[in-house]
Design a protein around this ligand. Structure first.
Ligand SMILES: [Zn+2]
Length: 310
């Protein structure tokens, strides 16, 4: 029987009815108006009902991929920075509202599971998935199983420390990789540079309007010869590359799947990261390593969440 997949982000929730092969039968996307847990549950339930009605089938389970740190098994979202949540018993609330079992996992774990079964990971047993979008995350598949860790928060690539005591991260700690290389933080650093008044190139690119800044703006400024923009850009790329390279050295995956908006839209950043991975992972760990782009795009998380229920 098909299952429901939910992709819970910071501004939207998407629900999809997905068959056993990972094919989306119908989906619905709704904006989150009320970001309180009960309000989000209600919004998701409405999207789910819409998708189920459109698909015209029965579903018997629901998986949710949520941006945040999720406690294993209990479905409690320990931290969801972009929703401002701490310790929300989300799985329980949604189960009660939908009337059937709900499994909650980190959005990256869901995306990795989707890529493993229906995308760029097909046929591999040991996969490392690294995504750089607004945040930085990863998921590990070892021997065909998702590695969740003792508490369910394994694979938090974005929160390894790269500068002890460094920039403040959305998770509340300092010096995380995400604080330097996540899309939100690339934008924040570029805004700081614009506000400093020391970048003529950035002023021209943005017409002096900080709201137009995206990670692509940073890359364009760096390519145009802005020394400070290049510093921010190169530092992010180098931190990412080192982190993923070390990950490859430790885990020896047979496949590395990369995705996320920043890597997809900033080719210079992606090239530097992948070059760094080749350069800095140990020779033996990267023998036979296949590097692939994520194939399912925005659907990887929703497909993976639905398939994880099985
Ligand atoms: Zn962090």
């Amino acid at each position: 029987m098909p299952t429901l997949g939910i992709d819970l982000g910071g501004t939207f929730a998407r629900a999809a009815v997905v068959d056993g092969k990972g094919v989306i039968l119908a989906s619905a996307k709704v904006a989150l108006q009320d970001r309180k847990p009960q309000g989000v549950v209600e919004t998701i339930a409405q999207a789910a009902e819409q998708a189920v009605k459109e698909a015209g089938v029965k579903v018997d389970g629901c998986g949710v991929g949520a941006a945040g740190q999720i406690h294993k098994d209990s479905g409690v979202i320990s931290v969801a920075p972009n929703l401002g949540w701490r310790d929300v018993p989300f799985g329980q609330l949604l189960t009660k509202r939908l009337g059937f079992a709900v499994k909650v996992v980190n959005d990256l774990s869901a995306a990795a599971w989707g890529e493993l079964h229906a995308g760029a990971g097909r046929g591999a047993q040991d996969i490392l998935v690294a995504f750089v979008g607004s945040g930085v995350g990863s998921a590990i598949i070892a021997d065909g199983r998702l590695v969740t860790g003792g508490g369910g928060v394994a694979g938090e690539l974005g929160h390894i420390k790269v500068v002890p005591g460094g920039r403040l991260c959305g998770c509340g700690e300092h010096g995380c990789l995400e604080a330097y290389a996540g899309g939100h933080n690339l934008i924040a650093q570029t805004k700081e540079l614009l506000a400093s008044g020391s970048s003529r190139i950035l002023e021209q690119l943005t017409n002096d309007d900080p709201d137009t800044i995206t990670p692509v703006t940073l890359e364009t400024a760096a390519d145009a010869g802005d020394v400070k923009a290049k510093e921010i850009h190169s530092r992010a790329a180098q931190f990412l590359a080192l982190a993923v390279a070390n990950y490859v050295t430790v885990l020896n995956p047979s496949r590395l799947v990369v995705g996320g908006g920043v890597l997809m839209h900033c080719p210079g950043m992606k090239r530097q990261v992948l070059d760094g991975v080749q350069q800095w992972s140990s020779r033996v760990s990267r023998e036979g390593l296949l590097i692939a782009d994520a194939e399912l795009g925005d659907d990887s998380g929703i497909i993976g969440a639905a398939l994880l229920v099985k």
